[in-house]
Design a protein around this ligand. Structure first.
Ligand code: ADP
Ligand code: G6P
Length: 500
């Protein structure tokens, strides 16, 4: 049977929803945070698969310990797939999620360290790494169990930096498994990757190389991975075919930009709740133009520099005072990682500085709303004039797609060249170097002053591009890759010539 029809098993740290009990003891499902969940919910919508994820609430843990091995049918929540929750002891989870995944791997891939002082690797990091290994092993064992339960071999789609060791462990347990791993983050270049202790760096690279196919959102990240992987002893690279060979196996490196569920999103945005929120926001903004940003409260999103650039714009263009407002919708994220707490305070303080310098009783130049407010974000996308997406580095950035898709005012997208989304959307956006305040301030000015015809042309170009890449394609193309890998396995080709 072709893998295009194979049972699908997805694994990610964060599941599509977090479960809670309502007052009557029934199950409530809260949508998970971040782009991976948004994109995968869209991509999995019409797919009958199983999604394995870590339990994250008390109710999740209760379900994980239940009779059906943590399996929950999502039909009653309007989805065709099932979820299987894995219960991981809290201390182990803390080391794997906060210390290693978010405290080290996320930092390295987004170039977040101030390397004069950070990072320092010591015995504590070593111990936390052992927990990361243990959690990855637990996921691999769960996936191997799914292979045993399945009447035909499944296609495994393993997600992101939390689960880099799963492909290798699963390969050890089930050598014939068909495994794809996808990175939703940026990927660090060879020299920056060398900051990591050898055991960690080799561990994650060799762990990922356990897959048949490795997917990335953009060419920049795929190339960075190839450069690091081919520097490992015993790994040979065929750069022309974007393939690596390791331990007698072939690993394809592929670029599959993920997208959003445009139809679902537009339906949600047309609903009564979002309509009411849009009305409220319109009243709040009055007759000013609206600059919007929508982000997790996240170090990579470059929120502070965004406010600094706005201040520079206001300083340079007093004629815009009182005619513009900046709304920042920030959803709290990873608050157990100390840098995120500090950064949240810095963002709010910077916004206050702008308000103190330029504002008065009648005009508050910036408003920051720190809460998880997905529907509020959908409402705001509709009415903004400028959407600022200026991450330091970003694997993809779905906000840059959601905004143009829902916008009703021919809004302009100001987009960082270091976001994966730039690769596809860049030609219709105003591009900025996220570190360059002057360039960002000028882009805000240009966006606000842009003639209507140009805004319409760019806005149409953006939504056309978003619509031309339906969310389901992302799953399909990976299954096609795996199917090619299956055929290759049956007819082994000669090893690629070493070009490293
Ligand atoms: P990341 O994956 O790093 O969080 P993305 O831009 O790819 O970045 O995805 C962010 C997702 O989270 C989007 O679907 C966006 O709508 C959602 N989101 C961002 N900010 C908020 C917020 N303040 N409230 C609710 N949802 C948000
Ligand atoms: C990014 C990562 C995802 C993660 C999301 C939210 O999109 O690539 O793997 O789920 O951020 O972060 P969180 O730590 O809340 O899961």
């Amino acid at each position: 049977m072709s893998l295009l029809e194979a049972p699908l098993v997805v694994a990610s740290n964060r599941g599509p929803v977090t479960f809670d009990r309502d007052d009557l003891g029934g199950l409530d499902a809260r949508r998970g945070a971040g782009g991976l969940v948004t994109a995968l919910i869209g991509a999995m919508q019409r797919v009958d698969g199983l999604w394995v994820a870590a339990a994250s609430s008390d109710t999740d843990r209760e379900l994980a310990a239940g009779l059906d091995g943590g399996r929950v049918d999502m039909e009653r929540f309007g989805a065709d797939y099932r979820v299987r929750l894995l219960d991981i002891p809290p201390e182990r989870y803390d080391a794997y999620y906060n210390r290693i995944s978010n405290g080290i791997l996320w930092f390295v891939h987004h170039y977040l360290w101030d390397t004069v002082r950070q990072p320092i690797f010591d015995d504590e990091v070593d111990e936390a790494w052992n927990e990361y290994v243990a959690v990855n092993r637990r996921f691999a064992e769960a996936l191997a169990e799914e292979a045993d339960r399945s009447p035909t071999p499944p296609a495994f789609l393993v997600q992101d930096y939390h689960l880099t060791l799963v492909p290798r462990f699963l390969r050890e347990l089930r050598p014939d498994a068909f495994i794809a791993h996808f990175s939703h983050t940026a990927i660090a270049g060879l020299t920056y990757m060398r900051i990591l202790p050898g055991r960690v760096r080799e561990g994650i690279l060799r762990g990922m190389l356990g897959a048949d196919v490795l997917g990335f959102h953009s060419q920049m990240w795929a190339e960075n991975f190839l450069m690091s992987a081919r520097s490992l002893p015993g790994v040979r690279a065929d750069l022309a075919r974007s393939r690596l060979s390791v331990e007698g196996r072939q690993v394809a490196v592929r670029i599959h930009p993920i997208s959003i569920d445009a139809v679902g999103l537009r339906q949600e945005a047309a609903g009564p709740e979002v309509t009411a929120l849009r009305r409220e926001l319109n009243r709040w903004r009055g007759d000013t133009r609206l600059i919007l940003r929508v982000d997790r409260l996240e170090l990579t999103k470059n929120i502070v520099r965004g406010f600094q650039a706005y201040a520079l714009f206001l300083r340079t263009h007093p004629e815009w005072h009182r005619r513009v407002r900046f709304l920042a919708l920030l959803s709290p994220s990873r608050m157990d990682v100390p840098d995120y707490l500090t950064y949240g305070e810095e963002c709010v303080a910077e916004a206050q500085r702008v308000n103190t310098e330029f504002g008065d009783e009648e005009w508050q130049p910036v408003e920051v709303r720190v809460r998880d407010d997905y529907l509020g974000a959908l409402a705001a996308y509709g009415i903004s004039d400028v959407l600022l997406v200026n991450p330091i580095y970003d694997g993809m950035n779905l906000v840059a797609m959601e905004g143009p898709l829902l916008n009703r005012r021919a809004g302009v997208l100001v987009l960082s060249r270091n976001a994966g989304a730039y690769w596809r959307l860049g030609k219709h956006a105003l591009a900025v170097n996220p570190f360059d305040l002057r360039e960002t301030a000028d882009a805000l000015y240009r966006a606000l002053e842009m003639p209507r015809e140009e805004r319409i042309r760019r806005a149409r170009g953006l939504s056309r591009l978003v619509l031309s890449n339906p969310a389901e394609r992302w799953v399909r193309t990976q299954l096609e890759d795996l199917e090619r890998a299956r055929i290759r396995r049956r007819t082994p080709s000669p090893e690629p010539a070493a070009r490293a």
